[in-house]
Design a protein around this ligand. Structure first.
Ligand code: GDP
Ligand code: IMO
Ligand code: MG
Length: 503
């Protein structure tokens, strides 16, 4: 596998490789980034998003999940450079917790840098995110609560802080006060008990930043962020864009994306998206490069599809019933298994099939533990997504092993609109309109039904080591390639680094 991976990268003259997700996140970016970091990359950079990401890495039966750190961090002891780039929403609180965990696994942080221009994520961002989500009635986005939206909003409103402000206390204080002004005014309009409740959350250090009189305790924020985090981060914060520009062409650079194309604020299913553009162009920018610098992109797709949080998901198994089930108050993995753990993956009831697939694929959020909606692979979605991927890309497929028990499989070939008359640009959409390519408009997608192709499953365990794939598995991959016009190049047959098949 190692040699084939290196050959594949050589064939594409790759010096800069980007790893992103084709759809709604959680496709296995962490697994791939860790693998490529071990075998090929000299420098690994996170360029977008923040601690809303949850990237899982399995090594020798041990699970690691990183939210803020690049997935190459387990290799920093081998001299690999890891960077949190200028496009990220950098959360010092999550970082310090993660750093402690990774240090226990041998991480040294001796080749680690944070961009001085990274957007600083502070307690008020989490407060605003959570209060807004708690108050939302219709159209809840279902954010991760990590403060991502408010942090990027501040950036565009030109009232944000950057990692560099941690160096200069006086500047930090006046910028912080300016940043809090509007938020305090807004929060005064909200039920004080809700604000207090939100602030007691563990992620907000259990009330540390709460002031009954002023809502935010400015001194507590300054003390924790400038005096403690700032000092600890002192040696890491630098001009990483310059570092990356200098390395371009000389060293192997891996750009690790977060979220997925369909969650992009610019190209995704707005407003049910995150607050950054998660496509390769913005990833390159957030890492200190340009899209044209990227030689090859791995736009990873799952062998089926998942989506966590709100927003339309036409191929979700069980449809509306499934969406309600997974967002029910108090729902979690243990409760699902206790109540429905015995349903069959080959049930005639799509809702039950979906539950069984979620359990089989362990589709529970790496950041929030929420149930991910699960559904069939959607070629219409993928065709749209592929257009966002830049010059040269492959579409590695992950989690093929999870489909092993299905007797029959479906792939969505097109989406059929079934809602009221609606206009998008010059397009007048009526009932029965078919989309061979997803239209990224949530008002259209919420009324779209999938049109499926069906095929036999392989209905046996895939041998993850000898690389002899069952004929039905090969046919499934060929069908996906033919339907989407993309080459897969790499197949992932299990969660471990070694369970990977490079074609
Ligand atoms: P990311 O956000 O794209 O890094 O993906 P996540 O880590 O959130 O979710 C992917 C999940 O699938 C993780 O639990 C991985 O360990 C797991 N995974 C990745 N590839 C495979 C695979 O080929 N087979 C199986 N069974 N699990 C996989
Ligand atoms: P990785 O990098 C899956 C989703 C949330 C919500 C929406 C907005 O692990 O693939 P946010 O907190 O960003 O404001 O939430 O985006 N979301 C993700 N879904 N994987 C992720 O990251 C996600 N990051 C955000 O569930 O629907
Ligand atoms: Mg994830």
């Amino acid at each position: 596998m190692r040699n084939r991976l290196l050959k594949l990268l050589e064939r594409h003259n790759a010096k800069v490789l980007a790893i992103i997700c084709s759809t709604f996140g959680d496709s296995g970016k962490g697994k791939f980034a860790d693998l490529v970091a071990e075998e090929w990359a000299d420098i690994i950079i996170r360029g977008t998003g923040g601690a809303n990401a949850g990237h899982t890495i399995w090594v020798n039966g041990q699970k690691h999940v990183v939210h803020m750190l690049p997935s190459g961090i387990l290799h920093d002891k081998d001299g690999k450079v890891n960077i949190i780039g200028s496009g990220t929403a950098f959360d010092p609180y999550v970082f310090s917790k993660e750093q402690n965990t990774i240090r226990r696994s041998g991480g040294t942080f001796s080749n680690f840098y944070i961009s001085h221009r990274a957007h600083l994520l502070l307690p008020q961002h989490k407060v605003m995110d959570r209060v807004r989500e708690s108050n939302a009635t219709e159209g809840k986005i279902g954010t991760t609560g990590q403060g991502i939206g408010p942090c990027y909003t501040d950036h565009y409103a030109r009232i944000g802080l950057t990692a560099n402000d941690l160096f200069n206390k006086d500047v930090f204080v006046w910028k912080l006060k300016r940043n809090l002004e509007d938020k305090i005014k807004l929060l005064r309009l909200v039920d004080p008990e809700l604000v207090k409740y939100v602030m007691q959350h563990e992620d907000l250090e259990s009330g540390e930043y709460y002031s009954a009189r002023d809502i935010f305790n400015v001194d507590a924020i300054v003390n924790r962020y400038v005096m403690q985090h700032g000092l600890a981060l002192n040696e890491y914060i630098t001009d990483t864009d310059e570092l990356v520009r200098k390395a371009r062409g000389k060293q192997n650079i891996l750009l690790e994306g977060a979220q997925g194309n369909l969650l992009s604020v610019d190209y995704g299913t707005y407003p049910y998206v995150t607050s950054t553009d998660c496509t390769v162009g913005n990833l390159a920018k957030g890492a200190g490069l340009r899209e044209g610098d990227v030689d090859l992109t791995f736009a990873i797709a799952k062998a089926y599809m998942t989506r966590v949080g709100g927003g339309p998901f036409p191929t979700e198994l069980g449809g509306e019933r499934a969406a309600q089930w997974r967002s029910a108050p108090g729902m979690n993995r243990l409760r699902e298994i206790a109540e429905l753990g015995d349903v069959s993956i080959n049930s005639d009831d799509e809702f039950e099939q979906g539950v069984a697939l979620r359990i089989e694929g362990e589709e529970y959020g790496a950041t929030t533990g929420r149930l991910r909606g699960v559904g069939w692979f959607c070629a219409a979605t993928q065709r749209y997504s592929n257009r966002l991927n830049g010059r040269v890309f492959l579409m590695p497929i992950t989690k093929l092993d999870v489909l092993s028990k299905f007797k029959r499989l479906k792939v969505c070939r097109a989406l059929r609109y079934n809602g009221p008359d609606y206009r998008v640009g010059n397009l007048r959409i009526r009932k029965g309109h078919e989309f061979s390519e997803l239209l990224p408009d949530s008002e259209v997608l919420r009324y779209c039904e999938p049109i499926y192709d069906e095929m036999p499953g392989w209905n046996c365990e895939i041998d993850k080591t000898d690389n002899k794939l069952p004929l039905e598995t090969i046919n499934y991959i060929r069908h996906i390639e033919q339907q989407t016009g993309a080459s897969t190049g790499i197949l992932s047959l299990g969660k471990d680094r070694n369970e990977t098949y490079v074609m």
